[in-house]
Design a protein around this ligand. Sequence first.
Ligand code: FAD
Length: 378
Amino acid sequence: MMDVVVGGGIAGLATAVGLARAGRAVTVLERRERIEELGAGIILWPNALRALGELGLREQVHGVAELEAVGGLRRPDGEWLNRVDGRRFSAAHGEVAAIHRGDLIDLLHEAAVEAGVEIRCGQEVVGVESGPQGGATVVAAGGRHLVADLVLGADGLRSAVREAVFPAAGAPQPTGLTAWRWVVDAEAPGLPAPLVPSVTIGAGTELGIVPLPGSRAYCYFSSVRRPDGTTPGPEQCREWHDPIPSLVAAGEAGGMLCHELWDLPPLPSFVHPNLPVALVGDAAHAMTPHLGQGAAQGLEDAAALACLVKTTGDARELLGAYDRERGDRARAVQRASRQAMGALTITHPALVAVRDALIRLLPGVVVERAMARWVRTG
Ligand SMILES: Cc1cc2nc3c(=O)[nH]c(=O)nc-3n(C[C@H](O)[C@H](O)[C@H](O)COP(=O)(O)OP(=O)(O)OC[C@H]3O[C@@H](n4cnc5c(N)ncnc54)[C@H](O)[C@@H]3O)c2cc1C
């Protein structure tokens, strides 16, 4: 028998690498026709890098990531509300990296193949049932059955595994926010060199600039839905400080990804009470992206499983320990992300002014400590 990981995204591949490197036979079932990641960039906070290190992948990540990815907060007119000293932050709390999602998925995919993981693409899982000898049976579209010792549902926000075995779990909730993401040539004419990482916050809007390796930069913009039901896109930043108008124009020319943002109500447990089935990554704890912790929490799940599986061969014991180690932590980060969303989606001009004044008053070290609260590495 073997372990089955449902979903070949960041959390699923990382989980598969950890289990396979611990000596387990692992199969990943991915519904897409190939392993790939369309998204633009991603920030890996110190806890994400630590988890990747525990999975034996720190060096590979360093090879394709931009370090010192933290900058500070600005107003749309360009005033810095505060600046984060990247070197001081890294020295105190650990390195922060920015990476193209495609590069991250490629290195996880490669590591999974090297560790002997079997990856089956074009396999949509539609259910999970009780299986023989205390195991579970994974049901794929077309009626194919796969018997497993352990099933890890890493199938994202709209997880079929969650729906099958946690029927009481709440459905994902819309946040009223839409996010645009794009990657630009950071050496294009009209852009300053080097591009400085920053997040510019407006009224219900936020635009991030994150340098990536290979002369690229990852930009994201999020905007809250207006009372008339419309959500204006990044074009509303044409009057913002430089180099935002050029970055927006480059994104409009080169193409942007656009998604509504969702939040998952916290699950009381990530582990089924009777079946050897657990959830990892967004399937367990999808959260708003305001702390940049979604993938990091999935990587923490993977690292925790990889460590625990070395201590016991008993599925119930393993999953119980996993739930105890990961449940409270991931739910707390989910809650904190929602709270951060609240501050960044204020639209009333008077409240925006109060928020900005408060941020301006905070000393840099206090901001850094607040940022570091959720990136603990110990
Ligand atoms: C705008 C935005 C910015 C973000 N920025 C950051 C950031 O800077 N840092 C950070 O840490 N996080 C960030 N996140 C969060 C991060 O993107 C997610 O938490 C992470 O990608 C989730 O990975 P996952 O593997 O759990 O799920 P997914 O990426 O959703 O992967 C799930 C996989 O399962 C497959 N699948 C789905 N259903 C089935 C099925 N029934 N059968 C088989 N396969 C299936 C899918 O095809 C997919 O490959 C951001 C999110 C957003 C929206």
